[in-house]
Design a protein around this ligand. Structure first.
Ligand code: T4K
Length: 474
């Protein structure tokens, strides 16, 4: 033990929480991921709570040279894997029939299952959500400017900019992290053709207020529902709002098809157009109606998607239990808040999002992330620093920040913690023990670490010259 005070963890239950030394009975009991998963779900492996230190003092933190708590990296976004046997059966069937792409039977079945689950007339699956967003914006005839939050994954804005539609960044409501309808109204100009809301963390935007604005101002309303498959808003399935919504089934989403996305809509004409557009514009053999692209989902992806759907309830149950465990373990930590899910709504609970108020914790979000990373917990700053501070947008709109105070503040505070079927409750207890310890010793740790390097905070780097990245792409 190096210098530094030996402070036991006093968790929310009041119990002392030390880290069992490796090889002890206690360590074996907490042995990571042994047989916890549902039998229909492939058990997690590899990422591991293999506790490797006895007690923790500030000097023992891995960031200061101690042994990391975890032997292997613990990721945010480890894919959930459903029933492998069922997946292999489907792969064999696919290989036997030699039907690998171009709207094969698995793709059609996946589309039918999603449409039925969401309660919409049409589902068109595609290779990923980014391409799905691009295709649906084009099919809706969006041009000029589209209002979009900056606090989102960069793909939301890229899908517009890729088509030379200007994303106009709108601030969020700091309580919900979703686009603030009151601010949307102020961003509308004669060039505005649509609003693209994002149901961040699977929590619905203020759909009603956005729909009212869209109707009053004659705008299209689209939702990036990449995080919101299987979730409801005011009791209604997300996917059935606005002109259309887009899901992602990327590997890191709670339900994955390796890569994948889908547009869901009740608009017959829109669905028809999208189907053509994602298949080069082909109306029939040798008959192309208009410009299209290749946005098709493969049969292998659809097979994975269907298999994931069969385990969806188990995935959600595990995520929900993980989320509740995080809430219990972190309850009462001063300056730390977990973004909550409304228990009256259906949710996938796929993200565990914390907000760190540095004035109370004494340690900044970035410093806490450094501490966790050193312990091999790869917590993520989703979605720092906000899209408006990424290129090409920050060159295009160097002053956007002035209208995005909440985006700035929230993106500086948010930290996403590992969950999903690859994470068990002992792992969560240990992650939370590190967090509690770091906050309990926040000021001391912060002082030793010093301010983190954040080159993007340097305003001199906010280019005001003509953009170049986009020019290259164009
Ligand atoms: N709109 C929103 C609001 C979105 O969040 C996203 C995607 C989109 C649109 C676009 O959807 P897609 O076009 O992707 O369908 C990840 C995902 O790549 C991205 O899909 C997702 N959002 C975003 C929130 O997260 P990164 O840059 O964080 O990915 P990466 O490679 O760092 O992976 C995250 C963690 O997951 C890592 O720690 C490693 C782990 N991982 C990842 C993969 C792919 C695995 O353990 N196994 C894997 O196979 O963006």
């Amino acid at each position: 033990m190096k210098t530094g005070s030996l402070v036991p963890f006093t968790g929310p239950t009041g119990a002392f929480k030390g880290f069992p030394a490796p090889g002890t009975e206690e360590a074996e009991e907490t042995g990571e991921e042994a047989g916890e998963a549902h039998p229909q779900i492939s058990p997690p492996h590899g990422d591991g709570a293999e506790p490797s230190i006895g007690r923790l003092a500030v000097d023992d933190l891995a960031i200061f040279g101690g042994t990391p708590i975890f032997a292997n990296h613990l990721h945010v976004g480890r894919p959930n894997i459903g029933n492998r046997e069922r997946l292999m059966e489907r792969f064999n069937q696919m290989l036997d029939t030699r039907w690998l792409s171009n709207s094969g039977p698995f793709v059609r079945e996946f589309e039918e299952r999603i449409a039925a689950m969401v309660g919409v007339k049409h589902c068109v699956v595609m290779c990923n959500a980014t391409v799905a967003l691009e295709i649906v914006t084009r099919a809706l005839g969006l041009k000029g400017e589209v209002i979009v939050p900056s606090f989102t994954f960069v793909a939301t804005a890229h899908a517009l900019q890729w088509q030379k539609i200007t994303p106009v960044f709108c601030d969020i409501d700091p309580a919900t992290h979703t686009i603030d309808p009151a601010k949307v109204e102020r961003m509308i100009t004669p060039r505005t053709t649509g609003i693209l809301g994002v149901h961040l963390w699977g929590r619905g935007c203020n759909v009603e207020a956005l729909a009212a604005i869209a109707k009053r101002r004659g705008l299209r309303l689209l939702f990036d529902a990449a995080h919101a498959f299987g979730c409801t808003h005011n009791g209604r399935m997300i996917g059935s709002f606005g002109d259309a919504e887009v899901f992602s089934f990327h590997a890191t989403k709670f339900l994955n098809s390796f890569e994948g996305g889908a547009v869901v809509t009740n608009d017959d004409e829109l669905a028809r157009k999208i189907r053509l557009m994602k298949n080069f514009g082909f109306r029939a053999y040798d008959d192309v109606g208009y410009i299209g692209i290749n946005g098709k989902m493969t049969e292998a992806s659809a097979a994975m998607g269907l298999t994931s759907l069969e385990s969806m309830d188990e995935f959600i149950a595990i995520n929900a239990a993980n989320y509740r465990r995080y809430c219990e373990e972190l309850r009462g930590v001063p300056g730390l808040r977990i973004v909550s899910y409304d228990e009256r709504e259906k949710s996938s609970y796929q993200y565990v999002i914390t907000e760190i108020e540095e004035a109370e914790t004494g340690i900044s979000r970035d410093q806490l992330q450094q501490v966790l990373h050193a312990e091999r917990v790869l917590a993520r700053r989703y979605f720092y620093p906000g899209v408006h501070r990424m290129e090409p947008y920050r060159s295009y709109f160097p002053n956007a920040e002035m209208l995005l105070p909440h985006t700035r503040r929230v993106s500086d505070r948010v930290l996403s913690l590992p969950t999903g079927t690859a994470v068990n409750h002992d792992t969560i207890a240990q992650v939370c023990a590190i967090v509690r310890f770091a906050v309990a010793h926040g000021r001391q740790i912060a002082e030793r670490l010093g301010p983190p390097e954040r080159p993007d905070d340097d305003v001199s780097l906010l280019a005001t010259s003509e953009p170049s990245v986009e020019d290259e792409v164009a």
